[in-house]
Every structure is written in structure tokens, then in C-alpha cells.
Design a protein around this ligand. Structure first.
Ligand code: ADP
Length: 412
């Protein structure tokens, strides 16, 4: 049986142009068009249309068949409709024209509405039908592929730009040191200090970029092992004592006893989450400011719904996957730094995003990658992440990670 016969086994009369329009987007009557082949095409996830007509008369082309995906995409009735009334994209019409003339064609088509989508249209000649030549038009949704490609290009452009800035500064100082500052002892010391800071910044950027790519690489693989979140936070805090002393921060902690906040996870990655959050809190705090760290467990996902500070805005940066019935350990890092304006909160985990005009420890200026890394790690651990802040009122970052199920716990 030919494809054409399978798609419309019994030829029905051509619909008269003046005939009253049937109800829009109605499903075809299965009794009228039986057959496994039609059922198969009907259930394909991509829109498929079969167009029939005389290659010399573009206005008279009609849609002979449209599968369910195609009917879902266009709001007008398709089967029996004139092609030009259903589909106005000139490139796609041209590709159909090519197919009716015997050659395959392709084009891109955008559909508007609330969600813009990009479709790759392909056309193929299907031979002669009862009412003229036949062309097959298939559409494939390319929106996600194109978005991913744009993100990749943007990421490369951003990463190169971020690296180029300290590099340009280094080159500039080298030139100066070889030129007019050649014999100036004081200038040499000063410039070498700046050069060292710039080189360290490049090293931090490269470290963060590598961390991010490693995290993304295994984000779909569930972590094995377990980590005591309270103990891990204590370890991170101990390692950051020099930075805390430098700023004379007033740190208070509240951690549960050993074993209570045991979460499923990769120790190195959990340490990185804690370190990035606590380092940020230190970096953005002024001298002598208060810094509060707490770990609590067990908590349910719903436990974090309300902001503690009614003047602050709370944003969930990452919601856990399938949270029903799960119990979590919650890490809270509360600083009394400059806070973050409300409209900037949703952008915090974007790569390279930094809130403009913020003082961040001068030479140890951030890379804008720390919170992106945190988000990807927490996502791998099926946890959640939220921020609560208001300008001038400090910031609270919370991360919650699934507790180890009681049966899996080490009895020791
Ligand atoms: P960075 O390396 O720049 O700190 P992050 O991804 O960790 O990058 O943070 C992104 C931006 O979010 C920072 O540049 C800063 O503007 C803002 N931010 C993060 N943590 C805090 C905080 N505790 N207080 C105020 N602003 C913060």
C-alpha cells in the first residue's frame, strides 16, 4: 500500500470552497481513515502535513492531511484548508513549492504567542496524488537546541571577556615596566603588586570555570556517600578563620549534634557549597559585622515558605526535584552586609552575574561563578536553594539537602 493510500485510504470529494467551515481542529474520524499507518503518523510527536496541488497554482494548494501535533500547533482547521491561509511563512511556502516541483527543501519558521518557538521545516516530494502533486512537510521543534547553542556562545564570549580584562591589564603593566617606569623603584613595586592580583584573579576564574564544567558534567549522576552537614560547616569555618579575623567579624553558630544532619552527598561538592556561601558572606560584610551560621534537621520542604524578615524578599533559586515526603538538613548563612536589591535576586545564580556597584573585598573581587556552582551542585543532590534579602538589610542564603534515609545510616 502506498503512503498516500495509507494516509487517506478512500478518497473523499474535494471540499467545495464555499462549504461552511467544519469545527476547528477536529480530530479525524477514525472510522473514515482506518489503518495502522495513519495511526502511526497521527501519533508522531512532530507536526506532519501532507500538501496537494498543482505546482503552477500556488494559491490552490491544499492540506490533505495534518497529524495531531500539527493540529495542536495551528489554531485553524488544517485538513482541506488552503495552504496559504493556514501557513503564511514565505520561506516554508517556498520549500513546499520546491517539493511540489520534485526537490526537497528546508526552512526555519518561528511561532509567536506566549512561548516563542523555532521550527525547522523540511519538505519532500511524495509523487502524484488524486488531486495533483503531493509534498510532505514536517516540522521539528528546535527551540531548545537553539537556546542551548546561544547559551554556549554567550558563555564563551563572557568567559573570554572576563579573562581578557586582567590579561590586558597585565600586558599594560609589563609595557610600562619596560618603558618609562623602567628605573622607578617605587612604581615597580606597586605595579608588580597589581600584576600579582590580576594573575590571581585569572587563576580564580580558571579554577571556577573548571569547577563549573566538572559539576555540570556529572550533574545527572546521583551522588554516592554521605556527609554530616553540621560537621562539614564547622570544617569550612575553621579554614576561613584567617579571613574572618581579618574583618573582625562577629560569628555565631548553631549546629545540631553529630549525625543529626547527615545528608546524601559528595563530600568535596558539599564543602564547596558551604565554602562559596560563607566566603560570599565574609566578602560582602563590612568590618566587625555579625555573621550567623546554622544547620537544622530534620525539616520538610514547606518549612522555608515564609521570610524571617518581613521587609526582605524571599526568592527560591532552586526547588528540589520530587520533594514529597522527604526530610532535609538546612544550612542558613545570614550576613549583615549590603544586601541585594529585590530585582537582582532572581539573577544571582546566572554565570558571571555580579550585582553592580557592590564592594567585594577589592582585590579578591568575585568571578560571578560561585553561586552558579552552588546551584548546580545542589541540583545534583536534589536539594533546594533560596535567598532572602533587601537592600541595606544583609542577605540570608539557605540550602537544603535530602537527609540520608534512616535505614541507610551507619549504626555506629
Ligand atoms: P562572586 O564570585 O562575584 O561573589 P557569586 O556567584 O558568588 O559570585 O555571587 C554573584 C553576585 O551576587 C556577587 O557578585 C554579589 O554581587 C552578589 N552576592 C552574593 N552573595 C552576596 C551576599 N552575601 N551579600 C551581598 N551580595 C551578594
Amino acid at each position: 500500500m502506498s503512503i498516500l493510500k495509507a494516509l487517506w485510504p478512500q478518497r473523499t470529494a474535494e471540499p467545495a470552497p464555499q462549504a461552511p467551515a467544519p469545527p476547528p481542529a477536529a480530530a479525524p474520524d477514525p472510522a473514515e481513515s482506518p489503518g495502522p499507518f495513519r495511526t502511526l503518523v497521527e501519533s508522531l510527536p512532530d507536526p506532519v502535513l501532507v500538501i496537494e496541488g498543482d505546482p503552477a497554482e500556488p494559491a490552490a494548494r491544499r492540506i490533505r492531511f495534518a497529524n495531531a501535533a500539527a493540529r495542536g500547533l495551528f489554531t485553524t482547521r488544517l485538513e482541506g484548508a488552503r495552504l496559504v491561509t493556514a501557513l503564511r511563512n514565505p520561506e516554508v511556502l517556498e520549500a513546499v513549492d520546491e517539493a511540489l516541483h520534485g526537490a526537497s527543501g528546508s526552512a526555519l519558521m518561528e511561532t509567536g504567542g506566549a512561548q516563542e518557538r523555532v521550527w525547522a521545516a523540511q519538505t519532500r516530494p511524495l509523487g502524484e496524488g488524486p488531486g495533483g502533486r503531493i509534498a510532505l512537510l514536517t516540522l521539528r521543534d528546535e527551540t531548545d537546541v537553539r537556546r542551548a547553542e546561544r547559551m554556549r556562545v554567550d558563555f564563551l564570549a563572557n568567559a573570554s571577556h572576563e579573562l581578557r580584562t586582567p590579561l590586558a591589564s597585565l600586558s599594560g603593566f609589563i609595557e610600562t615596566l619596560r618603558g618609562h617606569a623602567k628605573d622607578d623603584e617605587g612604581a615597580r613595586e606597586k605595579f608588580l603588586g597589581i600584576m600579582q592580583a590580576q594573575a590571581e584573579r585569572m587563576a580564580r576564574l580558571i579554577d571556577d570555570l573548571l569547577s563549573l564544567s566538572r559539576v555540570e558534567l556529572n550533574e545527572h549522576i546521583a551522588p554516592t556517600g554521605s556527609v554530616d552537614l553540621g560537621l562539614a560547616t564547622t570544617d569550612v569555618l575553621d579554614a576561613l578563620v584567617p579571613l574572618i579575623r581579618e574583618k573582625a567579624l562577629d560569628v555565631t553558630t548553631d549546629f545540631p549534634p553529630r549525625g543529626v544532619s547527615e545528608v546524601e552527598g559528595d563530600r568535596d561538592q558539599i564543602l564547596q557549597v558551604i565554602q562559596n556561601l560563607v566566603e560570599n558572606a565574609i566578602k560582602y560584610s563590612g568590618p566587625g559585622a555579625a555573621l550567623r551560621l546554622s544547620v537544622s534537621a530534620p525539616v520538610a520542604d514547606a518549612a522555608f515558605a515564609l521570610p524571617a524578615d518581613p521587609a526582605a524578599t524571599r526568592i527560591t533559586l532552586l526547588a528540589p526535584d520530587r520533594p514529597q515526603g522527604r526530610r532535609y538538613a538546612l544550612l542558613k548563612v545570614v550576613d549583615a552586609g549590603p544586601g541585594i536589591p529585590r530585582d537582582r535576586l532572581p539573577r544571582l545564580t546566572e554565570r558571571f552575574y555580579r550585582v553592580e556597584g557592590q564592594k567585594s573585598g577589592g582585590e579578591r573581587a568575585g568571578t560571578g561563578l560561585g553561586l552558579a556552582i552552588v546551584k548546580h551542585i545542589v541540583n545534583r543532590h536534589r536539594g533546594g536553594m533560596a535567598v532572602e534579602s533587601a537592600e541595606g538589610r544583609g542577605a540570608t542564603f539557605t540550602v537544603w539537602l535530602p537527609l540520608v534515609a534512616p535505614a541507610e545510616r551507619d549504626p555506629a
